[in-house]
Design a protein around this ligand. Structure first.
Ligand code: HEC
Ligand code: HEC
Length: 226
């Protein structure tokens, strides 16, 4: 394409963005948030339980234009999605081998560069969020899950996060060299080295699987353990 054609194309995109009235007049951001389609999962309204695994702040940010605005948000799953890109395209394989069971009541702790610390608890969809401007970037993150007060798993991210507020901005499925895949608590049983979720935890997950989220759209914010 010649440079003048590129120029015309860019102008056309800019005009389209200005006239179609998306979230905001930012073509890149608009495309990014529209790429997620209407409601997800189908039939789940736009509540705290919607769009698990998607990059919340693509929409819930000043740039995304949707309120409430989050500084940091995401979803925690029990298991991982360790399949090839080709396998991931196959819905059946995905359903069988990607564990999309959300972790209810996981604690997501972030430690900011200013020494500040904050913690959010996931809801029944595995979703959590921090309001705007609670913690300074860059920050470290760890995720833990307690059952009856007893810690059953803690997963820590090695590196820090310097500007991306959505976990899914990096944690995109499937797991591959460019992405660690969805945020998960168990890749293997540390005690036995067996790939997958430990048997001791499986019964727990069985009780969380298929649980329906309540209808209240704004769940009361739960507190992390001290
Ligand atoms: C594609 C854009 C998009 C993504 C991605 C997205 N949301 Fe939303 N969300 C919306 C829209 C639009 C609404 C409805 C806002 C309204 O009614 O004013 C909404 C509503 C909500 C609400 C309800 C607010 C209320 O007052 O009832 C919460 C909470 C929420 N989203 C959390 C999340 C979380 C957590 C994630 C990520 C796991 C997420 N959203 C991902 C667009 C998105
Ligand atoms: C800038 C990209 C990026 C962002 C944003 C990000 N991560 Fe990560 N995360 C990584 C990479 C890369 C790894 C694998 C290497 C490592 O542990 O540092 C990872 C690993 C992890 C792990 C350990 C293994 C796993 O995948 O479960 C946890 C837990 C984790 N991240 C949680 C989170 C949470 C929670 C958020 C959102 C608050 C988040 N991450 C946001 C890039 C990111």
């Amino acid at each position: 394409m010649t440079s003048s054609k590129v120029g015309i194309t860019l102008v056309a995109i800019a005009i389209a963005a200005l006239t179609t009235g998306g979230c905001i007049n930012d073509p890149v951001q608009d495309t990014r948030s529209k790429a997620f389609g209407t409601d997800f999962p189908a039939g789940v309204e736009a509540t705290a339980y919607h769009r698990p695994g998607q990059p919340c702040t693509a929409c819930h940010s000043t740039r995304g234009g949707v309120s409430p605005r989050f500084s940091v948000a995401g979803t925690i799953f029990w298991g991982s999605c360790n399949v090839t890109a080709a396998e991931y395209k196959d819905e059946k394989v995905r359903a069988e081998r990607c564990d999309l069971t959300p972790v209810d009541g996981a604690e997501v702790r972030i430690r900011g560069s200013n020494g500040g610390e904050d913690c959010a608890v996931t809801n029944c969809a595995g979703n959590f969020s921090f309001d705007d401007n609670v913690v300074n970037f860059p920050f470290l993150v760890s995720v833990s899950k307690r059952v009856d007060g007893k810690l059953i798993q803690e997963a820590q991210m090695g590196g820090h996060i310097s500007r991306e507020g959505s976990c899914a901005g990096c944690h995109d499925n499937p797991r591959r060299s460019e992405s660690p895949g969805q945020v998960f608590l168990f890749a293997q049983d540390d005690a036995t080295g067996k790939i997958g979720i430990p048997d001791s935890v499986k019964s727990l997950i069985a009780s969380e699987r298929g649980k329906k989220c309540p209808d209240d759209t704004v769940p009361a914010r739960r507190k992390c353990a001290p």
